[in-house]
Design a protein around this ligand. Structure first.
Ligand code: ZN
Ligand code: ZN
Length: 416
């Protein structure tokens, strides 16, 4: 394993465009605004491009924090046992403070998705829990959309090898880089214009769905007959949206989905996953679950069933839905046929549902609602939020109105 990979297999022009898109579309970084950035050390070539574009856009102060796979593994192998219940609270408190002060947030993903697969699962979950608890005050500002934030991806070597196991390292990195560039719309000469057009197309979809005000969506297809009630006063979101600090940004690059909040107590029927779910180094495949009154009462998986059932037992909300999202089967990520082992990409390949926490921004005036009001409208609450894919070229979706009237939304995996 190398710490810094050679960058010769990554197109420098497209990498620079990706940095520009992250700053100008992903963040809409404002003149004078500070930026807090995290990235794996392997993504340093992209970090450098982003920092340059940020300062050229008038950034105040850019503060990067880098992580390294070898350093993470050293903790698991040599760190004292008690340390797995601890997290750097002082750091996360500072991050929350930065967000209160209107600092923008950028995360570059690109780590090996199987990095912790060989480590003690109890240590992994203790460390995750300690981190989630310490990070909570900062995460609230992100989940509540207080500030503009964005996630982009860099083709790390270990990740590329996982996605393209049959290829030489250089070839795998080039393939993953090209897939990231295409999905992030930087394979065109004017990515800024391409994103404006894409955001407009997503806005047209959300406007139509918000006008319909469906009470439920009915999914049908092989192994699937699922009625997903939608939360009261739900709002469909997709593409660019405006944070509470008034800045309109694209939190995810890439993004293909329009999504909203299901009603945590009004989901019934059964559904089968259409793509494997990569969860903390475990692959969970061929998931089949049955819902009664919003709750999963039966769960099976051909692979990873034990991990799936552990996840479902996290808390009461883990057995209920917090998101439903629509993505046509012809989306560029779906057409690539690549399993990325990374939710940022895989969730944009297919219609999906998420177990666990809902988004407050997916309600009318969501920013002003208290957690109690969100729960009363059907919003789910949980420590987890895990997306898994239920769409394919064989899925039909009907929108169901309060009076039972049905409107075709998807036919054979495409917008009707
Ligand atoms: Zn989603
Ligand atoms: Zn999600």
């Amino acid at each position: 394993m190398t710490m810094l990979q050679r960058t010769s297999s990554i197109d420098p022009v497209k990498l620079d465009r990706l940095a520009q898109v992250a700053v100008k579309i992903g963040l809409q970084l404002q003149a004078g605004q500070d930026l807090f950035l995290t990235a794996p050390v392997a993504a340093l070539p992209l970090v450098r491009r982003i920092v340059e574009h940020a300062y050229r856009a008038g950034a105040g102060l850019v503060t990067p924090i880098l992580s390294d796979e070898e350093i993470t593994l050293a903790r698991y192998r040599f760190g004292p046992d008690a340390s797995f219940d601890r997290a750097p609270n002082w750091l996360y408190e500072g991050v929350a403070k930065a967000f209160v002060g209107n600092t923008a947030r950028l995360a570059i993903v690109g780590d090996n998705p199987m990095l912790l697969a060989q480590e003690d699962p109890a240590k992994v979950s203790r460390a995750n829990k300690a981190n989630s608890v310490a990070y909570q005050p900062a995460l609230e500002k992100i989940a509540g959309f207080d500030i503009n934030w964005n996630i982009v991806a860099y083709p790390g070597t270990a990740w590329a090898r996982e996605v393209f196991p049959g290829d030489e390292e250089d070839v795998a990195v080039t393939k993953l880089a090209d897939a990231i560039f295409a999905a992030s719309r930087v394979d065109t000469d004017d990515p800024i214009a391409a994103w404006a057009a894409h955001n407009a197309a997503l806005r047209a979809r959300t406007a139509w769905l918000n006008g319909q005000r469906f009470q439920a969506l009915h999914f049908s297809g092989p192994g699937t007959d699922l009625m997903v009630g939608l939360a009261d006063d739900h709002e469909w979101q997709g593409g660019a949206s405006t944070a509470k600090n008034g800045i309109t940004c694209n939190p995810n690059i890439p993004t293909e989905e329009v999504f909203t909040t299901p009603h945590a107590r009004r989901v019934s029927g059964h559904v089968r996953s259409t793509k494997p779910l990569s969860y903390q180094g475990t692959l969970i495949d061929e998931i089949a679950v049955r819902f009664e009154e919003g709750r999963i009462v039966e769960a099976k998986a051909a692979r990873g069933a034990e991990v799936l059932n552990k996840v479902l037992d996290t808390d009461e909300g883990a057995r209920r839905l917090g998101e439903v999202a629509l993505v046509p089967n012809s989306s560029p990520i779906s057409k690539s046929g690549i399993l990325f082992y990374n939710t940022l990409f895989d969730e944009n390949a297919s219609c999906h549902i998420a177990l666990g926490q809902c988004y407050s921004k997916c309600f009318l005036d969501g920013g002003k609602l208290t957690p109690e009001e969100i729960a009363a409208k059907g919003g789910n609450k949980s420590f987890i939020h895990i997306d898994w894919m239920i769409g394919s070229g064989e899925i039909d979706i009907d929108g169901v109105h309060a009076d039972g009237r049905r409107v075709p939304v998807f036919r054979r995996g495409e917008w009707a």
